[in-house]
Design a protein around this ligand. Structure first.
Ligand code: SAH
Length: 223
């Protein structure tokens, strides 16, 4: 069986079980443990979330352009954030800020009760909705809006994930967490961000550092 990248738009090279298994293997070596998360990485067809011309690189552990100056998140980071948000359980309500192409959404959705996903760029959101529908994922509610505001009418959430980086922890989002709920977010200026988990304990938030990462910035308003 050919494993060459670029073996045609839907060529076996990019979609074969072995190509995906290599990615799963790599993430395992980097410390991803939750078998349900690894299963999602194995089963979500990442090549359908990027431009056909980039399909041959879809199972590399790297971010790739998705248009509008944005990127599909790196599989390792998606897996890490999903693990950090679900903690081996099935949180009932989760908010995702930055739908993008919908890849993280597709990985996460079956591991939660209901997923709420906010994106500020209408063009990306429309495509993401279509892909998720084609994949048969139905427990997601989408919103075109500014994720800085969260989704107050649906709050509180068991977990909130940010797929774009603010300079400082957004207090408005922390206020939308349940007791024991957690915010998983890359924080800091471009090139110097750290992935943090903040867990609500009463009025306090326990802060854990999950490693250095590289995300596009969290912007304001809608486009
Ligand atoms: N997990 C996504 C990541 C996309 S990149 C994927 O795998 O495709 C981050 C996304 O966050 C971009 O689509 C960007 O438009 C969006 N974003 C940035 N600031 C935002 C904001 N304030 N509200 C909602 N979405 C935002």
């Amino acid at each position: 069986m050919s494993e060459r990248p670029g073996g045609g738009a839907n060529g076996i090279g990019m979609t074969s079980a072995r190509t995906r298994e290599r990615l799963v293997q790599r993430l395992t070596e980097q410390g991803i443990r939750d078998p349900r998360v690894l299963d999602r990485i194995r089963n979500v067809p990442r090549h359908l979330f990027v431009d056909e011309a980039l399909g041959s690189r879809a199972y590399e552990d790297t971010a790739l352009p998705i248009g509008h100056g944005q990127t599909i998140s790196q599989p390792y980071v998606v897996a890490r954030m999903t693990e950090a948000a679900t903690l081996g359980g099935t949180p009932a309500k989760v908010l995702e800020i930055g739908t993008g192409c919908g890849y993280q959404t597709a990985v996460l959705a079956p591991l939660v009760g209901r997923l709420y996903s906010v994106e500020r760029i209408a063009g990306l959101l429309t495509r993401a909705k279509e892909r998720l529908r084609e994949l048969g994922i139905r427990n997601v509610r989408f919103k075109h809006g500014d994720g800085n505001l969260g989704w107050p009418s649906q709050s509180p959430f068991d977990a909130i994930l940010l797929a774009a980086a603010p300079h400082a922890v957004p207090q408005q989002l922390l206020a939308q967490l349940v007791e024991g709920g957690r915010l998983i977010a890359p924080i800091g200026p471009e090139g110097r961000q750290e992935l943090l988990r903040l867990t609500r304990r009463g009025d306090q938030f326990v802060r854990e550092r999950l490693g250095f990462v590289s995300f596009v910035p969290l912007l304001g308003g809608v486009a």
